[in-house]
Design a protein around this ligand. Sequence first.
Ligand SMILES: Cc1cc2nc3c(=O)[nH]c(=O)nc-3n(C[C@H](O)[C@H](O)[C@H](O)COP(=O)(O)OP(=O)(O)OC[C@H]3O[C@@H](n4cnc5c(N)ncnc54)[C@H](O)[C@@H]3O)c2cc1C
Length: 491
Amino acid sequence: MGLMTPEQFEGSLKKLKPRVFMNGKKVENVLDNKNTRTVVEANKASYAWALDPRYKDIMSCYSPLVDEVVNRYTYISASTEDLVKKAEAGTFTAEMLGTCIYRCVGYDAFHSLASTTWEMDKELGTEYHQRFMEYLKTVQKNDLSVAGALTEPRGKRSKKTLEWPDPYLSLKVVDKNKDGIVVRGAKINISGAYASHELVVLPQAAHFEGEEDYAVAFVTPVDAKGITFVCQYSPYSAERDQAEDLEELGNPVFGQRETSMVVFDNVFVPWERVFHCGEYQYSIKFVMRFARTHRMTCGGTCKVGFMNQIIGAAKLIQEYKGLEKAAHINEELTEMVVLRETCRACGMAAAHRGTDEPRGSGVFLPDELMGNVAKLNVANAFWRVMALAGDIGGGLIVTLPSLKELKNPEVKDYVEEFYSFGSDEPTENIMKVHKLLQNWTAGLHGVGTWHGAGPIMAQKIVLQRVINYEREKDLVKRTLNLKEKEGKNGD
Ligand SMILES: Cc1cc2nc3c(=O)[nH]c(=O)nc-3n(C[C@H](O)[C@H](O)[C@H](O)COP(=O)(O)OP(=O)(O)OC[C@H]3O[C@@H](n4cnc5c(N)ncnc54)[C@H](O)[C@@H]3O)c2cc1C
């Protein structure tokens, strides 16, 4: 089939029956609930763009695996050119949606799976790679949306997995038979999974001898028996629930970045969908290769798109207020652009300097150093961009009345007059742009950006492992013509 239309995507979701809870109630239909609907809309857009002549170059590509044009979010990068396109898609989708493209984590997990299963088959004689590539063919041919799950509840971080009083705080294989495995546990903070077709599950962390039952990777339909989604709920969710007109909201169609806890209560997974089971030495490779890919995407590319939304709103407000000549505002806008471009440059560098990993596998991953630098930069830059937008936007970003007041005959004229900045711009537009900035600067995005793709310590640990100072030391030795101590090395 190749590419699905947005309507076919929506139709395909209707056939699934995931078990979803939000705000203390069961969500009977993710297509109808106002909050889960935002995830449907975001994924749906990815189907529309892949068919749109304006965007298909970025959102689709030819896959030799199935000899068809497929959605980019189902495709494994086979060159640095592919990685550059992947990076561009990350920025494009983020700036168009102002939220996550929920196919992203699964897309990055595919890279990790392709690379690591290839290595396992080579070293262990397993058949995981062949199995995974067969699965990927199904994904590409049916244009499936696949979410990705690594993060786990975990017990006390100071103790090892086997020391936790509850053995299911990390997802565990509890049974194996000739047909497949049964898993129990949970994954937390999982983006948009309930409005996807499938969920790909990787380990969250390294595993060691004795932890074989935790060393597991697989895919499952989101409505498999035993899976339950417990959705995030924030003041922004409540606001959307209560809104009579979605136009009142800061991101009317695509909303917040929606996640849920995914509970696996004795979920059966057939062997043909299992890609890692017991080989604990490889768990860390799945994690690191996922992180290597995701830190470029989630760090250096999608937040660039988010920043574009923030910068656009700050610039509009500058103009509404007649501050075009205010030197400090122009300086702040320039700083925002410099931060954005620094982040973009790191993401692009990670793509351009990507390599196939392991060598010979044909699976291209971004450069580990630059990907981690990208995420680390973004974590800090995003707070700064939020602060600068807050300065330009002024207190109104957080003191804004409801847009409903524009329809309230008792105060409508006051609101129209006193929030107009005396400009020709309709007051409704001015209020909406402030509402958008409220969404970005006074909500979930600061912490979300910090922790998405791992907290900054995770990047610092990787950097300390991959940075090699030998070349720099040699440069200094050469510059100063430093000599080895006589007699060293037996001379
Ligand atoms: C908006 C959003 C979307 C997300 N989407 C997904 C998704 O789709 N799929 C997915 O798998 N995950 C997803 N995540 C999860 C994300 O990757 C994690 O939030 C992130 O890895 C941090 O883990 P945590 O939230 O458990 O925080 P923690 O790990 O609890 O971190 C809190 C603090 O504790 C420190 N810490 C943690 N462990 C240790 C330790 N052993 N020793 C010392 N210090 C420690 C951290 O460095 C940090 O300072 C998402 C997160 C967000 C915010």
